[in-house]
Design a protein around this ligand. Structure first.
Ligand SMILES: C[S@@+](CC[C@H](N)C(=O)[O-])C[C@H]1O[C@@H](n2cnc3c(N)ncnc32)[C@H](O)[C@@H]1O
Length: 488
């Protein structure tokens, strides 16, 4: 009986207190007399209906929704049976995933290079709107969102801006460097150092005349060129001599920066121009083409890129709160790396036969002193492994077996009931079309995952990172698996 009196008193107090039209999660937790973390746990577990979110991803509750939370809080203390406002566990997927099919996933014409997203090219990176929507719908503020094939860090940037912690993994050391640069932000001290470097590169670039003798640009500091040019036998096949000298000069400046963040940002600017000033045709074509880069151009391009990156990283630091952490690990997923527990995974895995990152990034990795041969061995899905005519060439079964191993590992890292989202296209293998989403679902079933949704989306063929000549990918699937095994 005392418990019931207490209940009426509390509900009355709550009704009086709800005068605002929109209440925050903290408001509602306070009114219901529970800790905010408890409310977030109930929301995540599907015990309370998710409210709407504002454009920053913050939940806002209507007075009716707040009352429902308060009732649930009371019933969970005094009465184990839930009232009509609570959601039974079976409805969980319907409610969490229910809004997803109604979204326009094509995002035609959407701006994709805001904040740090556009600072470095990366083949097959997904547009930020995709992870943004999935993170908003399938996780809460303070959750940890992982991208197990993080590439250039698109998911990590979106997770941090939506007030989630982020965890990224990639076997490609270049991907990890770009991801760090995109997700670090830049403080005043780094900004000053980087703007000084920008000015230094611009001044030196402008001082070089088109007639400057090749191979003799910096006679006073010739040792720089000798010390910093990589030991790579095809260096002069891919770069003009004066470009090698300018790149060596820039690299020596970047390496000398004291702060890790500033160094990553400067090296990302350095890396961003390498394909353009080399004779490599493009980011997704490893064939030679003369480009006639004039002396000074490499330095000026570096200055432009660094200026843009510094600006983007400064804006990023203004938007993201430092309490949301980002951890990035360079690791082969097939080695079951150790990572923090995840609440949600959003990734675009490598497609069999579609890209060869170890090749496209060869000249960049050589200049940056990265272990390219190791990454070549570890890379999943590479065109090289699948297109070989040898009897050891990779097949659809290879991809399925690799995913079985990865999903087995993931089931113990992703919380039970958590979602793993894969944005995948089909591939063509020896003339046969391969449905990669089916292969991933099948591999997932063996590891305790269940497919709960698949959405088709049309890719924008004009996107720079999309190479229609390889793999013939025009549409892709957003595949969502639920972890029905794993830890609670
Ligand atoms: C399609 S890309 C991801 C692009 C990313 N979503 C973005 O927006 O930049 C796939 C990534 O998988 C990575 N990868 C390939 N094999 C891997 C492996 N064995 N372990 C970890 N990452 C791997 C590649 O290096 C590549 O960055």
């Amino acid at each position: 009986m005392p418990a019931r009196i207490c209940k009426y008193v509390q509900m009355d107090t709550i009704n009086t207190a709800i005068s605002k039209q929109h209440l925050t999660t903290a408001d509602v937790a306070r009114l219901a007399g529970i800790h905010k973390d408890t409310l977030l746990r109930w929301l995540r577990g599907g015990l309370i209906q998710e409210p709407q979110r504002d454009r920053h991803g913050w939940r806002y509750f209507t007075p009716t929704e707040a009352q429902a939370v308060a009732k649930f809080a009371l019933s969970s203390t005094h009465d184990q049976s839930h009232d009509a406002t609570t959601i039974v566990a079976e409805d969980r997927n319907t409610r969490y995933l229910g809004r997803l099919p109604a979204l326009d996933w094509d995002f035609a014409g959407a701006k994709t290079s805001y904040l740090t997203h556009g600072i470095h090219p990366y083949p097959a990176k997904f547009i930020p709107q995709i992870p943004n929507a999935l993170i908003q719908e399938l996780s809460g503020v303070g959750d940890t969102v992982g991208d197990i094939f993080c590439g250039s860090g698109t998911t990590l940037v979106e997770a941090l801006t939506l007030k989630r912690h982020a965890v990224g993994i990639d076997a490609n050391p270049l991907a990890c460097m770009i991801s760090r640069a995109k997700s670090s932000g830049c403080n005043e001290f780094d900004r000053e150092a980087l703007l000084a470097l920008t000015q230094q590169a611009r001044t030196m670039g402008d001082s070089l005349l088109p007639s400057t003798t090749e191979g003799d640009l910096f006679p006073a500091s010739k040792f720089i060129s000798e010390h910093w040019r990589p030991a790579f036998d095809k260096l002069t096949f891919w770069f003009d001599l004066h470009v090698i000298e300018e790149l060596a000069e820039v690299l020596s400046w970047c390496r000398a920066l004291e702060s890790d963040v500033a160094r990553d940002l400067a090296l990302t600017a350095f890396s961003s121009i390498i394909v353009t000033v080399s004779k490599q045709d493009s980011d997704t074509r490893y064939v030679r083409r003369e480009k006639n880069i004039p002396p000074g151009d490499t330095l000026r391009r570096f200055a432009r890129s660094l200026e843009q990156i510094t600006q983007a990283a400064t804006e990023f630091a203004d938007v993201v709160e430092s309490r949301f952490r980002c951890q990035i690990a360079q690791a082969n997923l097939l080695d079951s790396p150790s990572i923090p527990a995840l609440d949600l995974v959003v990734c675009s895995p490598p497609y069999p036969n579609a890209y060869s990152y170890h090749l496209y990034h060869m000249t960049r990795m050589v200049w940056l002193g990265m272990d390219q041969p190791r990454f070549r061995k570890e890379e999943i899905g590479s065109h090289r492994k699948y297109s070989s005519n040898s009897k050891n060439a990779a097949t659809a079964e290879t991809f399925g077996a690799e995913f079985s191993k990865i999903l087995m590992w993931l089931s113990s890292r992703l919380r039970r009931g958590g979602y793993a989202c894969f944005v995948v296209g089909d591939s063509t293998l020896k003339g046969q079309r391969i449905n990669n989403a089916d292969l991933i679902t099948l591999a997932g079933e063996k590891a305790g995952f269940q497919e709960v949704m698949r959405i088709d989306r049309i890719m924008q063929a004009t996107r720079k990172a999309f190479n229609p000549a390889i793999g013939k990918i025009k549409t892709e699937n957003i595949l969502i698996l639920e972890n029905r095994g794993g830890k609670a």
